[in-house]
Design a protein around this ligand. Structure first.
Ligand code: AMP
Ligand code: GLY
Length: 421
């Protein structure tokens, strides 16, 4: 079989490595992939948002199965276009991807179908939003409606900060059209859990839970990033909570999307907060999380391609989705200065004995040399029977990789370890 994976980050590298475990897979193309992914797939210089070129390539190469991993192409309708061209494909269509593409849509969906989430108001008029903030409870959370490179959420600790956030989105348009409408919502507290789930629109099969570490610095200090590390499973996510989430959140969401004529097929990501009043949805993503995928897939015992095809063919109920009992830890190695400004182009070495454990996010090949080429450079992942073991092994891998200006957090998994004790 010839496969194609759209995207070019650590998440895509993890998906490709897992797909390769299926012995029917002869070739995998990555569009565009990156210099590190090139160790495991054939990279093609087509961007993830170049839908027409992606379809043209898939048709001319007679691709047997495609996976669209990032949010942008999904929201732009890449799966619709590929399906129309006769290429079987993993991922939601455009109508369903709106669950991530519009926060106003997802909040209204949750309200209509009684799915627990933070209280909220929607605004399309800036003055109305500013007036509302004169009396709104503080802290409060301001969210741009559309995609904003993961930066469209501002937690405001004061009224002034909240108003500044609204102005930056609605007046200065820092996120372009994504800020035409905004959501202002209740500030929730509690441990956060990420749950990725396979669904074919009929049944939902959650993967092992995970915990992201979004802040740049140790002990959750510094700026928000795309994620500096992950562990799985998430110790806060007990069996009882998992059952409650299935009843009150996962199944109702699948049913709600079906009722709206937007059947969701693919990987649905539930960003949850375990509040004192029970689990609530913080956000939905229409795709695998990054870097959650880098700890979830290494624990998956079932064959990924088989499960993905079952999703496409709406046969997930007959297909086993099994995870091992162990733990996994992924430590992101970034360029110093990320998520703000940073230098790139530094040579890096990944010794061959650890290459199975490395998912490359930002690197390019130049004259046969691997050079850093992004804020997040790679993720070092290890699995073990215990979380402590997985953490120790992951940092052992980090120590074997070197490049100038490398930066990583030293405490990935420590909060999870404390929760276990
Ligand atoms: P997002 O960009 O949607 O992933 O949100 C970024 C982070 O903002 C989340 O991981 C939460 O930590 C935080 N967040 C989002 N919504 C809320 C909320 N209503 N209350 C508290 N924290 C929130
Ligand atoms: N790790 C969060 C995300 O993928 O959006």
């Amino acid at each position: 079989m010839k496969l194609m994976v759209v995207g070019g980050g650590g998440r895509e590298h993890a998906i490709i490595k897992k797909l390769k475990e299926n012995k029917d897979v002869e070739k995998i193309y990555a569009l565009p992939g990156n210099g590190g992914i090139a160790m495991d797939a054939t990279c093609v210089d087509i961007g993830a948002k170049e839908i027409e070129k992606i379809v043209e390539f898939a048709v001319s190469e007679k691709i047997d199965y495609a996976v669209v991993a990032p949010d942008d192409p999904l929201v732009l309708g890449a799966v619709d276009a590929l399906t129309e061209a006769g290429i079987p494909c993993f991922g939601p269509d455009k109508k369903a991807a709106i669950i991530e593409g519009s926060k106003v849509f997802s909040k209204n969906l949750m309200k209509k179908y009684h799915i627990p989430t933070a209280e909220y108001e929607v605004f399309s008029d800036m003055d109305a939003a500013l007036t509302y903030l004169d009396t709104a409870p503080i802290p409060t959370v301001i969210k741009a409606d559309g995609l904003a490179l993961g930066k469209g959420v501002i937690i405001a600790m004061t009224r002034e900060e909240a108003k500044a956030a609204v102005k930056s989105m609605m007046e200065d348009k820092v996120f372009g059209k994504s800020g035409d409408n905004i959501v202002i919502e209740e500030f929730l507290t509690g441990p956060e859990v990420s749950v990725l789930a396979f669904t074919d629109g009929h049944v939902v099969k959650p993967m092992v839970s995970s915990m992201d570490h979004k802040r740049a610095g140790d002990n959750d200090t510094g700026l928000n990033t795309g994620g500096m590390g992950t562990v799985a499973p998430n110790p806060y996510y007990t069996k009882d909570i998992a059952d409650e989430c299935m009843d009150k959140i996962f199944l109702p969401t699948i049913e709600a999307m079906k009722s709206e004529g937007r059947t969701f097929k693919g990987c649905l990501y539930f960003g949850l907060m375990l509040t004192e009043k029970g689990p609530k949805v913080i956000e939905y993503n229409c795709r695998f999380g990054d870097p959650e995928t880098q700890v979830v897939l290494p624990l998956m015992e079932s064959d990924l391609l088989t499960v993905m095809k079952a999703v496409t063919e709406e046969k997930l109920s007959e297909t086993e989705v099994k995870f091992g009992s162990g733990s996994a830890c992924c430590v992101i190695m970034a360029s110093k200065g990320y998520p703000e400004s940073y230098e790139k182009g530094f040579a890096m070495t990944i010794p061959s004995e650890i290459s199975d454990n490395v998912y490359v996010a930002g690197a390019k090949l130049e004259d046969g040399k691997l050079l850093t080429n992004g804020g997040r450079v790679l993720g070092a992942t290890a699995t073990d029977e215990s979380l402590a073991g997985a953490i120790e092994k992951a940092y052992g891998i980090v120590k074997k990789i070197s490049f100038d200006n490398a930066y990583y957090r030293n405490d990935i998994g420590q909060r999870a370890l404390k929760a276990i004790k």
